[in-house]
Ligand binder design. Structure first.
Ligand code: SF4
Length: 195
């Protein structure tokens, strides 16, 4: 556990240096990450970008595949970013996406080759996802091969069925739904799986 504690410390420091909030960055055993059906249903019915980026359903693994994938991991780091509503929201979201991939790379270089990062929300790495230029009836697995940044694009947690609200609560943090009344509470969470 000493070794993993040291790794978590290194990754937390790097995450904070790259824009995350130390207060909202917490270790969680991988088995406590909650996977459920409802986040995917909310993607399909209620999200205007459903099917519009290659990091969203139906271009990402199924809920069952996610459950199986997470079972192969022991540790995870939930990485929280403050929304900074006074700044450009999309810029903050994009920064979070890039930081998560940098953290995955850092863990890999520290000899944790299975490290895998999840982002949140839709992929913003391109101004307009290439999905919108592909045929509607293209096979989802084939479509993914057209992603312009396959080395950096990662699925969002909710897209693969991770219940972010319940998972965040498991580490003692409170995540509320956001309205115009509590915009200051806006946060983004990424997840890094480590084994
Ligand atoms: S990197 Fe670009 S092409 Fe790939 S999923 Fe993200 S927006 Fe789409």
């Amino acid at each position: 556990m000493d070794e993993i504690n040291e790794l978590i410390q290194i990754l937390t420091d790097s995450a904070v240096k790259w824009g995350a909030s130390r207060e909202f960055t917490k270790y969680i055993p991988a088995e406590k990450v909650v996977v459920d059906g409802w986040p995917r249903w909310k993607c399909m019915f209620g999200c205007e970008v459903y099917g519009n980026t290659l990091c969203c359903p139906p271009f990402v693994p199924s809920i069952e595949e996610t459950k199986k994938f997470i079972k192969d991991y022991t540790h995870a780091l939930l990485i929280g970013f403050k929304g900074e509503v006074s700044g450009p929201l999309m810029q903050n979201h994009k920064k979070m996406q890039k930081t998560m991939v940098k953290l995955e790379k850092k863990a890999f270089q520290l000899n944790y080759p299975k490290a895998f990062a999840f982002s949140t929300g839709s992929c913003l790495l391109c101004k307009k996802c290439i999905k919108q230029e592909l045929d509607d009836d293209i096979d989802p697995l084939v479509a993914r091969t057209f992603c312009r940044h396959r080395n950096k694009a990662r699925p969002s947690m909710e897209a693969v069925g991770i219940d972010v609200f319940s998972t965040v609560k498991k580490v003692g943090l409170n995540l509320e739904t956001i309205t115009e009344k509590n915009l200051d509470e806006l946060k983004y969470f990424g997840l890094l799986l480590i084994s």
